[in-house]
Design a binder for this molecule. Structure first.
Ligand SMILES: [Zn+2]
Ligand SMILES: [Zn+2]
Length: 266
């Protein structure tokens, strides 16, 4: 792996984000080849995410035997024009950080600083490689690691671990794009509704808001869970309400209409 960074900011919450970049074969990532001879550069990124838990041993967390709980992969690409000025390049960096990559990275509870750091490093890496190539296919290996804290049981750590299956489903996003073609779904109004719904992670389990738990899975909202807030004020796990709204447009608790099926026919 050519570059590897480790960031400690998220560790205050008991999570750590480690990543590295490498140039891979074009066929692995590039599904639609870009047009020829434009002089532009094309950066293709594939995020290969592992969701892991790490045991604390002898007071320090060790990285060698992380237990992998879940994985996900997604693609995104960026075109850099030959004659882009510095202002447009800055715009591209912002778009990459806020929309393309950032929308999913925020689901991992990464801070803005952590996201900025990862995105800038990824773009710098690709830019450096683009001096010799027009198309740069980059794999971003990202370990979203839940680290056992002092005084915490390994079971408790596992329970609050961030895993892809307990986040807003990846197929809802337009960007980034789910890498596994068999998991993609056609766009529906429900995608936008879900993505635009405010989401938070549970930091304090004693807040009144969380006491009711999620009525869809009958589970309590535990530390680290991702929750979505409906416009009617009701709260559910993001992955629970996303699945429900695939075939219903009503709040499961109060039947408030969250979107219109009419949009489907147009
Ligand atoms: Zn639930
Ligand atoms: Zn409601």
């Amino acid at each position: 792996m050519a570059t590897s960074r480790q960031i400690e900011i998220g560790s205050r919450m008991g999570y750590r984000y480690e990543y590295g970049f490498s140039v891979v074969e074009e066929e692995e990532i590039v599904t639609t080849p870009p047009p020829l001879d434009t002089g532009d550069k094309y950066f293709f990124f594939q995020f290969r995410v592992r969701f892991t838990v790490r045991k604390r041993e002898g007071g320090a967390a060790a990285g060698d035997d992380d237990v992998v709980l879940d994985r996900e992969r997604y693609n995104l690409s960026l075109r850099r024009r030959e004659n882009d000025g510095e202002r447009r390049r800055e715009g591209l960096r912002t778009f990459f950080r806020k929309i393309l990559a950032g929308s999913r990275l925020r689901d991992y509870w990464m801070s803005d600083d952590e996201i900025t750091d990862l995105c800038h490093s990824a773009l710098e890496f690709a830019a450096e490689k683009s001096e010799r190539a027009r198309i740069v296919p980059v794999a971003v290996e990202l370990n979203v690691c839940s680290v056992q804290k002092e005084g915490e049981t390994f079971e408790a750590c596992r329970e609050r671990a961030i895993v892809g299956s307990k986040l807003l489903p990846l197929y809802l996003y337009l960007y980034p794009e789910e890498a596994d073609v068999s998991r993609r779904r056609p766009f529906r109004p429900h995608n936008l509704v879900m993505i635009n719904m405010p989401r938070i992670r549970v930091e304090h389990v004693d807040r009144n808001l969380m006491m009711e738990g999620c009525t869809l899975c009958k589970g309590n909202a535990v530390f680290g869970d991702q929750l979505s807030f409906l416009t009617c004020g009701h709260v559910f796990h993001s992955h629970c309400i996303a699945r429900r709204l695939e075939h219903s447009n009503l709040c499961p608790t109060c039947s408030f209409q969250l979107y219109s099926f009419d949009l489907l026919q147009n």
